[in-house]
Design a protein around this ligand. Sequence first.
Ligand code: ZN
Length: 260
Amino acid sequence: MYKEHNSLFSEIKQVAGYLWKRGWAEKNAGNFSVRLSAKAVESKEEKHLLEIDFPALANQIFLISIKGSRMCHLAKNPKRNTLFIQIGPKGQNYQVIHRNKHAQKAEPTSELAAHLSIHNMLVTSGSRSRVVMHTHVTELIALTHIPQFCDEPALNNLLWSMHPETVMFVPGGVGFVPFELPGSAAIAQLTTEKLIDHQVAIWEKHGAFSVATSLEECFETLDILAKSAKIYFMVRNSLKQAENFGLTREQLERLRNIVF
Ligand SMILES: [Zn+2]
């Protein structure tokens, strides 16, 4: 079962490298999980009780980044920095069912609750998305340090108005999650609610969660949003005073009417 996932490990290498090179993954920042299509296995491994039950994830198997892992290390050796976990038959616990010999004491990411909560919602809603990724997108974090953009409609209007690709590839915009402690049940719930109808949730002054069918797609969506934010800061810095800039309402309308 584990050898079947060599193409997934190649993708992890590539995308972890992108995150690291972008400067979105300082120290142990960032984590991801992938819901696999593998069948449940019998395992005598220790069972770890979850704080909340995730019934839709019963018997599901995930590949997940380990707590404290570095994207720069994942880019070189994804097998050492990930674990295969299986959720219990009632969604009440998880077991590590396979680990690299160099990761004997490793645990799943500290954002496990958020990952499982999001996957539970994705399965329940019949979504095709199987990947959840969290990273510290510098440009988007910077935007949420500006009070006027800590407001979902204002944030989306800005992101759309800065770059045609954002209108075309992120037409539903992003969900905004006001500041909460990372790793908490509260942030897991708020993020899950936002991802019901968005591809991306942005955590105030922290980073972003992205859901998609692949790690590559998670990255690409964040990359487009980061570009919008970057263009905004460049234009602001080059103007001596606040002026009207960005795509006009009429230009946005025309972009929204393009059929792909
Ligand atoms: Zn983080």
